[in-house]
Design a protein. Structure first.
Length: 290
């Protein structure tokens, strides 16, 4: 039993990319103790729950029992992530999601697609295919970019009222895209997202991006109306003036990434699977009771 336990500890540690020292720190013992366990020794009984938690498994799994009880999956996921070094958690979580994506694609079918075998760089190069993976399911949209340097994964379960119920109005979208189409708007946003968050006046922005002040003034006005920029008025000796700051520091990069997705050639796919029967923006079915 000790050899089985030793083998399982070593196997699970390596699967999670942990050194003996890192596992020891997670459990509260020395690297030498972990080395001893993996060479045929056994942890003290009181350490087994902590060891199992840090490795993201149950105690039964440590002893090689395959018929263990099904636990609460969110708690198992949390324990699994805790067992992975912090800097590797985003990458490992993405790979878990990518595996789930593959399972959704192949579930109920006699073929298998390994998304990891198609991992490629995501850096933009004109004319270069940017491989994508997409599932258009009956009640969800699943999108993934299996890229080594900038992986992307998104799952959108369809609300009861349909996707259209969660979208802004056509007029709001027209206002947004009109603002982005103004010459200088994207240059301003790229500059602001490349700086530490701060308020800027129109003359300061014009100077930073090297554009005419009149052009910058029109761009920031349109961007502020769409809430891409926040406007504040400050009092100076010569009077009040408007200054601007980024409104949302999270959405812009994903927005541009998805826009790039839309512009990609339609044959640049790793996986493209569709089971949806109705149009993606179909109105909800009327309530039969009504």
């Amino acid at each position: 039993m000790a050899n089985l336990l030793s083998d399982r500890i070593a196997e699970l540690r390596k699967e999670r990319g942990l050194t003996q020292e890192q596992l020891g720190q997670l459990v509260g013992v020395s690297a030498q103790a972990v080395s001893k366990w993996e060479k045929g020794g056994a942890p003290d009984v009181e350490l087994l729950p902590t060891l199992a938690d840090r490795l993201g498994v149950t105690i039964d799994t440590l002893f090689g029992r395959s018929q263990e009880e099904i636990e609460d999956m969110p708690q198992m996921l949390i324990r699994w992530l805790e067992a992975i070094p912090a800097e590797r958690r985003p990458d490992q979580l993405f790979r878990l999601l990518a595996t789930t994506f593959t399972a959704l694609t192949t579930m109920g079918h006699d073929f298998y697609v390994d998304t990891h075998s198609t991992i490629q760089p995501s850096c933009y190069t004109p004319g270069h295919d940017w491989l994508r993976s997409g599932l258009d399911l009956q009640n969800a949209i699943c999108m993934a970019i299996p890229a080594e340097d900038f992986p992307f994964y998104m799952l959108l379960p369809e609300p009861t009222e349909g996707y259209a119920s969660q979208l802004a109005s056509d007029e709001e979208y027209r206002r947004l895209f009109s603002a982005l189409s103004i010459e200088g708007s994207l240059e301003l946003l790229r500059y602001l997202y490349g700086q530490k968050e701060a308020f800027y006046s129109v003359p300061a922005l014009a100077n930073r991006v090297g554009l005419p002040q009149e052009q910058v003034s029109a761009a920031v006005e349109a961007l502020a109306q769409c809430n891409l920029l926040r406007r504040r008025s400050i009092e100076l000796e010569e009077g009040s003036t408007d200054v601007y700051i980024i409104h949302d520091n999270l959405g812009f990069v994903p927005f541009l990434y998805l826009a790039r997705w839309l512009m990609e050639k339609d044959d640049s796919w790793v996986v493209c699977w569709q089971t949806r029967k109705q149009p993606i923006l179909a109105p909800p079915e009327p309530n039969k009771e009504d």
